[in-house]
Ligand binder design. Structure first.
Ligand SMILES: [Fe+2]
Length: 141
């Protein structure tokens, strides 16, 4: 087992929780609460994405020599999530509850599929192929 990978998986759960809070606030039409929840979600996602993009993915790419494979797909999906967050922020500022709800629905599906791929495919590959994984991921929280 790797403590660093466990931390990344805990970050995924934290992001799910933050997203659920945003969903609840948006559904209730509570704009202030939704804005706070969106800010927390963005911070949680950026923390997780940065740890993966700056630490885990380069280590995987270096260890395997594969740069255009799973990590390229995961980076692209991170950017898709970032685009959805920007849209959500826009709908929130326009107080458009229906558009915000639709954006959140897309975000829920994309993020769930993304995290399943990381946890079931990429992380196990990293566990077996990246030497010194806990050093690579040291300091992430
Ligand atoms: Fe990711």
């Amino acid at each position: 087992m790797s403590r660093g990978i466990d931390t990344l998986m805990r970050q995924h759960r934290d992001c799910d929780d933050a997203l659920a809070r945003l969903e609840d606030a948006a559904r209730a039409g509570n704009w202030n609460q939704a804005a706070g929840a969106l800010a927390l979600l963005e911070a949680a996602l950026e923390g997780n994405f940065n740890a993966e993009e700056a630490r885990l993915f380069p280590a995987f790419e270096q260890a395997t020599g594969i740069a255009g494979g799973p990590t390229a797909v995961m980076r692209r999906e991170h950017d898709e999530v970032r685009a959805l967050l920007a849209n959500a922020r826009e709908w929130l500022s326009l107080r458009d509850g229906n558009a915000l709800a639709a954006e959140i629905d897309t975000l829920v599906v994309l993020l769930q599929q993304h995290n399943v791929k990381e946890e079931n495919v990429l992380f196990p590959m990293c566990r077996t192929q990246v030497p010194d994984l806990d050093t690579v991921l040291a300091g992430i929280a």
